[in-house]
Ligand binder design. Structure first.
Ligand code: ADP
Length: 392
């Protein structure tokens, strides 16, 4: 049985999943962290838990370690890539030109793309004879119309500097839309949907007949919703104001809005929704405020997404928060009273499991669903399309 090795490289990390693209079963998975430092470590979670200290290991060393401890007939390698710029509208087979183009989008994703290039190069050395496929977070959103993806800046900022909304989490939005269509028993091409990927990073997407028409993230994954440590939307004059007021540099303000803001910044407690929900339940007011702001901003963006649709056939919650937090779903829907959602609390508390994901009542004017995402599976299936023995 042919397996796909799915890799997601950060600058000092490497997440991997060995997956059967046909039945979606995960055979092995794990994570290497703090690569390039004396504390580098490889953690294998499945099939058995193993931990190795690998001081100063590179991405290549981590791959060697991982591959010497997992078994399976690997027939292709899928790479998750954050930013494809405007070059890539779908997944492609890796060659030198593709690697060069991913590298050239590094200005747009300086934390991610150079790391992806490093990961691809290490994996190509390790598996020179296998097909390597790159799957982009941005690709699904390349169908957005100009009115949705342009910023109202001088047009030359788009033509010369590539400033536009790219959008992210495309793999997840696309997957849950497809799964929702199956659960609803309707062709995706007939549906108008709003998907919400709510994890450490969060975004919404308007999906019309299977295509992305608008999304909340922008040039970078900072725009839009309130996230774990990211502020989401702020006034673009904020940077100048804060540099003048506090003496912080531009990069310090950028670090603040990316790493010290969002749920963490408001609550002063944590970026983790589960921790905040527990704290709010025991009376922590700023944890409660952070959750309230998160849900209100999300509701605002959902209505914004609706400008791209003729109707809303379903609102779809996914990601760690979307799949697991009944409170966030209920509160968000309560801010959408204009759409008159009728939440079924029993189903919502069970994350929709008894009713094919449905968390609203049978006669609710708007349908809300919980649909678990599986980005690794999408990457594995995209990769399998390029493996002659698996392609159907
Ligand atoms: P990432 O974006 O890193 O993939 P995830 O999709 O795993 O993140 O989502 C992580 C978020 O999901 C965290 O805020 C975490 O607290 C939240 N989460 C996970 N389980 C629960 C739960 N049972 N209740 C509330 N939030 C949860």
């Amino acid at each position: 049985m042919g397996l796909i090795f799915v890799v997601n490289c950060g600058s000092s990390s490497l997440k991997f999943t060995l997956i059967n693209p046909e039945d979606g079963k995960t055979v092995a998975n794990g994570l290497a962290e703090r690569l390039g430092t004396p504390e580098a470590v490889v953690n294998i979670r499945q099939p058995v838990r193993l931990e190795f200290q690998v001081p100063n290991a590179t991405h290549g060393d981590a791959l060697d370690k991982i591959l010497s401890h997992i078994d399976g007939d690997i027939v292709g390698v899928g790479h998750r890539i954050v930013h494809g710029g405007e070059y890539f509208t779908e997944s492609v087979l890796v060659d030198d030109k593709v690697v060069e183009l991913i590298g050239s989008a590094s200005d747009l994703a300086p934390l991610h793309n150079p790391a992806h290039v490093m990961g691809i190069e290490a994996a190509r050395k390790k598996f020179p004879d296998l097909p390597h496929v790159v799957v982009f977070d941005t690709a699904f959103h390349q169908s957005m119309p100009k009115r949705a993806y342009l910023y109202a800046l001088p047009y030359a900022m788009y033509t010369n500097e590539k400033v536009r909304k790219y959008g992210f989490h495309g793999t997840s939005h696309r997957y849950v839309a497809g799964e929702a269509a199956k659960l609803m028993g309707k062709p995706l091409e007939d549906l108008h949907l709003i998907t919400m990927h709510l994890g450490n990073g969060s975004s919404t997407c308007a999906i019309r007949e299977g295509k992305s028409y608008d999304t909340s993230m922008g040039l970078t994954p900072l725009e839009g919703l309130i996230m774990g440590t990211r502020s989401g939307d702020v006034d673009a004059n904020l940077h100048e104001y804060l540099t003048r007021r506090t003496g912080c540099t531009l990069s310090e303000v950028t670090a603040m809005v990316n790493r010290e803001s969002g749920l963490l910044g408001i609550s002063g407690l944590s970026n983790d929704m589960r921790t905040l929900a527990e704290a709010a339940a025991s009376g922590h007011q700023r944890a409660a405020l952070a959750i309230d702001m998160f849900c209100f901003r999300l509701a605002k963006h959902i209505l914004g997404m609706s400008a791209s649709l003729d109707r809303i056939d379903a609102l779809i919650f996914t990601g760690g928060i979307g799949e697991n937090s009944a409170i966030v779903r209920e509160k968000t829907l309560s801010y959408l009273s204009l759409l008159r959602p009728q939440v079924d609390s029993e189903l919502n508390n069970q994350h929709g499991r008894p009713a094919n994901g449905r968390i609203t009542t049978g006669d609710s004017p708007v349908l809300a669903l919980v649909v678990p995402t599986n980005e690794e599976l999408v990457i594995a299936r995209e990769t399998a399309r390029f493996v002659p023995a698996l392609a159907s």
